[in-house]
Design a protein around this ligand. Structure first.
Ligand SMILES: CC(C)(COP(=O)(O)OP(=O)(O)OC[C@H]1O[C@@H](n2cnc3c(N)ncnc32)[C@H](O)[C@@H]1OP(=O)(O)O)[C@@H](O)C(=O)NCCC(=O)NCCS
Length: 170
């Protein structure tokens, strides 16, 4: 039985490992295998989002923390920085529940949208978010804040032609 709850500072230390495990799903994906070994959010970054942003964890009684979602409120709405589910727990609807819980918080706080950046075409990224109710923003609809995020991703070495910005209107 999996529960979703607000993350606490004491959760931060295990979350980098959850993200590392989640990224292994990219190991077999042509051209993006390197994501599996890419940097993950540090425990300090998690602590900052737990205190200043929004942070949720998915917990299973015997396995412990199996997933998380974190983000921040911006002028565009709630921006999701990361969502990750341990490899051995993927495909069981945990990601969907984390997104639904974030959506609920965003609605309660009066945000007008959920936003994120992700990889185009990867089955568990752009098409998955589209099935959850996000739409991919066309070039002319990308807000200046989302454009800045893409630019930072480009500077960090991301293949920017494979990235897209997405929004779910609330
Ligand atoms: C994205 C992620 C959090 C989803 O978590 P999850 O608990 O597996 O999500 P769900 O069980 O709700 O759904 C998984 C979806 O991915 C799809 N999927 C997962 N693995 C897949 C694979 N190897 N091939 C094809 N589709 C796959 C499933 O079809 C399913 O979509 P559907 O329910 O609409 O059919 C998880 O895949 C993950 O941690 N990925 C690595 C990190 C990542 O990409 N984070 C997002 C950054 S923007």
């Amino acid at each position: 039985m999996i529960s979703i709850r607000a993350a606490l500072k004491r959760d931060a230390d295990v979350l980098p490992e959850v993200e590392r495990s989640s990224g292994a799903v990219f190991r077999e994906y042509p051209g993006l295998e390197w994501i599996a070994d890419d940097d993950v959010q540090s425990a300090d970054q998690h602590r900052a989002l737990i205190s200043q942003g929004i942070a949720l964890v998915a917990e299973e009684p015997s396995a412990g923390t199996v997933g998380f979602l974190n983000g921040e409120f911006t002028q565009d709405g709630l921006h999701i920085w990361q969502i990750a589910v341990r490899l051995d727990w993927q495909g069981q609807g945990i990601g969907q529940r984390l997104i639904a819980a974030a959506r609920e918080i965003a609605v309660e706080r009066g945000a007008k949208a959920l936003t994120l950046t992700t990889f185009r075409d990867v089955p568990w990224n752009e098409p998955y978010y589209q099935r959850q109710g996000f739409r991919t923003l066309a070039e002319g609809s990308i807000t200046s804040r989302l454009r800045e995020i893409l630019e930072r991703e480009r500077q960090a070495g991301m293949p920017i032609e494979r990235r897209c910005t997405m929004m779910m209107q609330l």
